[in-house]
Ligand binder design. Structure first.
Ligand code: ADP
Ligand code: MG
Length: 396
């Protein structure tokens, strides 16, 4: 099963290019689902058909699905949220820390991810293309599985099942509100399911993210920031689609003006994203609506290239032993601004902030016994140096 996610700013053609890519995939004989997590129901408009909340056949081998985030959501998630807040407030976790570390996600994001998981698990699809919501929502969505893990580790002891029998005692001892059984079960299930989703989304063998942009300064700048944030969260971006490229050759001065302006941005795109393939998608003379128009657009964009090929990307995270007493943890952060990057070690975790995005990284065991010796941002990667902590190594 191959997964492909399309994202960046609203209105640039994410839905259109995701749908066009799915048509290419289906016409190569692969059973393909396009799943839209965008509350703006434009996937149906792009295909020019009605879509259900279940996968709906658009043409043989090609299905579309609009995740319905308005649908009454299982109350369990609200209970879980309520419970987690209560725990934090009652002092089980320093509320300021918790606030700072991670944000409780909303029901929409949870639903979209659970539906994605359900479709992948169903085994029905060779390819699942995800038409994502605009950037901010997508990033919230993609940060969620890890954020919930963070809560799980904080709020629930590791031997979760054991706790069930000890609950009354523990509750008295710790002064913590213990979760009612159904919340307990719901959190456990959600955690497992979202861990599956996360594993799926960061699996280098199957999944990659494509950035969709238009050759406009504001959009390119946002795409650069999106690449940084996606890398921070460990996702692999393996291609860029520059949409609505105005064809050169017109004698009309207004058109020529746009061609020149776009050319500047296309140079910028080549500089910023040149390490990965950049596909041009021409501004069509009308909205590419319907499977045939999308097929024509897709054929133009990809030419003879298989759009499903996963292109090489750097590892988002790696640990290297550079000498007998030095390790380096590298986190890919292309285009990150040094001033926006912040790094704090908290016990066995590294809290990494880039602008308004934060990831809590559980340190690999070898680094837990080390001290942070310094960090530097260079060539699109943050390199954190670790040296063995003499105290810890002596004791062990
Ligand atoms: N290459 C293109 N040429 C002409 N119109 C396009 C092109 N790509 C997208 N559009 C049109 O632009 C509008 C926004 O596209 P859409 O894919 O819905 O954007 P997004 O999903 O990023 O919000 C739609 O009306 C769509 O038909
Ligand atoms: Mg859209």
């Amino acid at each position: 099963m191959r997964g492909l996610l399309f994202t960046v700013k609203g209105g640039v053609g994410r839905t259109t290019t995701a749908a066009a890519t799915a048509v290419q995939s289906a016409r190569r004989g692969l059973k393909t689902l396009v799943l839209s997590t965008d509350p703006a129901h434009s996937l149906a408009d792009a295909f020019g058909v009605e879509l259900e909340h279940e996968p709906t056949e658009v043409e043989p081998g090609l299905y579309g699905q609009q995740v319905d985030t308005q649908r009454a959501f299982e109350d369990s998630w609200r209970e879980v949220q309520h419970y987690l807040r209560e725990v934090l407030e009652s002092g089980g976790v320093d509320p300021l820390d918790a606030e700072e570390l991670t944000v409780l996600p909303g029901a929409d994001e949870v639903l979209a991810l659970l539906e994605l998981r359900a479709q992948v698990e169903s085994g029905r699809w060779d390819v699942v293309v995800v038409d994502c919501a605009p950037t901010a929502e997508t990033l919230r969505l993609l940060a969620l599985p890890e954020a919930l893990s963070w809560y799980m580790d904080r709020v629930f002891p590791r031997e979760r099942r054991l706790v069930r029998t000890l609950r009354p005692v523990l509750s008295q001892l710790a002064g913590l509100p213990m979760p009612p059984d159904k919340v307990f079960a719901a959190v456990e299930r959600l955690h497992d399911e979202l861990s599956d989703v996360r594993a799926l989304l960061v699996d280098p063998a199957t999944t990659s993210v494509r950035l969709v942009l238009t050759p406009e300064a504001v959009v390119v700048a946002e795409a650069r920031r999106t690449l940084t944030s996606l890398s921070l969260y460990g996702y692999r971006v393996d291609g860029v689609i520059a949409n609505r490229v105005i064809p050169a050759g017109s004698t009309d001065p207004w058109m020529q003006g746009w061609v020149t302006a776009q050319q500047r941005q296309r140079d910028e795109i080549a500089t910023s994203f040149g390490a990965m393939p950049v596909w041009d998608s021409t501004y069509q003379s009308q909205e590419p609506v319907g499977v045939d128009a999308l097929a024509a657009l897709g054929a133009q964009v990809y030419a003879d290239i298989d759009p499903l090929t996963i292109n090489d990307t750097a590892d988002p995270l790696s640990v290297e032993r550079v000498s007998s007493d030095e390790y380096v943890l590298s986190v890919a952060l292309p285009h990150a601004d040094k001033r926006a990057v912040d790094l704090v070690r908290k016990g066995d975790e590294l809290v990494l902030t880039v602008g308004s995005h934060r990831r809590v990284l559980a340190l690999p065991s070898v680094l837990r016994r080390c001290l942070v010796d310094g960090a530097a941002l260079r060539d699109g990667a943050l390199r954190v140096r670790f040296r063995p902590d003499p105290d810890v190594w002596m004791r062990s």
